[in-house]
Design a protein around this ligand. Sequence first.
Ligand code: GDP
Length: 527
Amino acid sequence: MKYENEISKRRTFAIISHPDAGKTTLTEKFLLFGGAIQTAGAVKSNKIKKHATSDFMEIERQRGISVATSVMTFEYRGVLINLLDTPGHKDFAEDTYRTLTAVDSVVLVIDGVKGVEEQTRKLMEVCRMRDTPVIVFVNKMDRDGKNRFDLLEEIEKELRIQLHPMTWPINSGKDFKGVYNIDAHSLLLFSPNTKADADGLSINDLKDGLLDEKLGERDAAQLREDVELVEGVHGTLDVSAYLAGQVAPVFFGSAINNFGVKEMLDTFIRIAPSPVARETTLRQVDAQEDKFSGFIFKIHANLDPKHRDRIAFLRVCSGKFERNKYYHHVRLDKDVRFSNPYSFLAREKSVIEDAYSGDVVGLFDTGNFKIGDTLTEGDDFYFTGIPSFSPEIFKEVVNKDPMKTKQLEKGLLQLTDEGVAQLFTQFGGNKKIIGCVGELQFEVIQYRLLHEYGASVTFNAMPFYKACWLTSDQPAKLQDFMRFRQQNIAADKDDQPVYLAQSEWFLNTEISNNPEVQFHFTSEIQR
Ligand code: GDP
């Protein structure tokens, strides 16, 4: 446990939300508190502007900018916080899902006016799969929002997680007066555009006349009633249930007004987990182990033909990573070292000498890495739990230039290693099918195949909506199923059989008609 001090002061997390809920704004406030930036407006939204959707080069350019903000490291009250950014555009959702494999907890922002939205649901599903601890921030309380009890019920039901209110709002919209901190017994009065949250006013108990004085009798009475109800139902926060991903503490506030943010950040550094142990193919690896290990969770390619470099993002999972030291690349079974690993301090890249468990290191890569690759100090294991998720759009690749078949195959393999898309080969034929979460990636793939590999392709839409990975204890039954459903069966890149479903109805029918075949909604990335 040589590095215990370094590791216990680290918190590695991501802020996630449906687009427009306020992720960028909240990120910026966090950075202001951490002193990593001085002025509001310094964080560039990595949101891709709507008008740019027909011009993916512009989107990639913007994404290029966001590489610098991929990881934002700052210190707050002696705690070292690694905040991993996630793309705002839904077409890049797969990037976000993968980033979630590299964090130890998340802050989920919900728009208090809109409530739970499509992306919120999907992101929460990924968190639930990993039992990731979640803190919820209900944003935009300065706007007329939903009734807060209804909203909490909606979140609990839709996201299937138990909530624990830490603060309680007094009205919303024009009448928003602030929040009451239930644990600390303090009242935080709202004023728009504060530089930073002031400390709350201490309240002896809910009967305290100060509440009437500050809020008026009617709102004070309502608050008393609400809080008694909330306290009666929830009691005190069970931190171990939060750490197990079963209970999510909830804060109310307004990111743009910097209101309620500090309350959350203070709780975050108190309860959020420092780097946690991770599963591998061999055993559980503890963050406190002395020997280094880590895995690649994201690869960013440079589209500029003059700069063909790629950046592989390594999450350190144990021990200490050092510059110029040889590490074992398990999949390739060879030792590699890095002379220019870098870290991300706010928006600046800087070469680093070392990094500890919980940190993210950027490694220049010339094609040695694919997502899920493990680096160790000699050990032979892979980190698990870095799956592929089902794509949502499927298209057949049509080769327009048979002379370039080899280049096309190489290009498809490399791009899918980077995680740009998933590649499937239709069973009993050799139709190549690409699956993505957004239309944009098809444009990116077409462009990159042509410019980087000289291969010209078009796409044919395929009528599928979901891919499910198949297993069975009875190989003969699985073979039968695959033979009868040939049109819907493909192999993924690692030759695992996959069922491509036309619709939810077809999928459910197959699941109930074939109890001996298991349908999985994700795949561990195999090597
Ligand atoms: P993201 O897409 O989740 O990153 O959302 P942004 O942080 O870019 O915010 C989306 C929009 O909501 C922007 O116009 C913000 O100014 C606005 N916004 C963010 N927080 C608040 C808030 O607390 N109140 C109000 N009224 N607007 C907010």
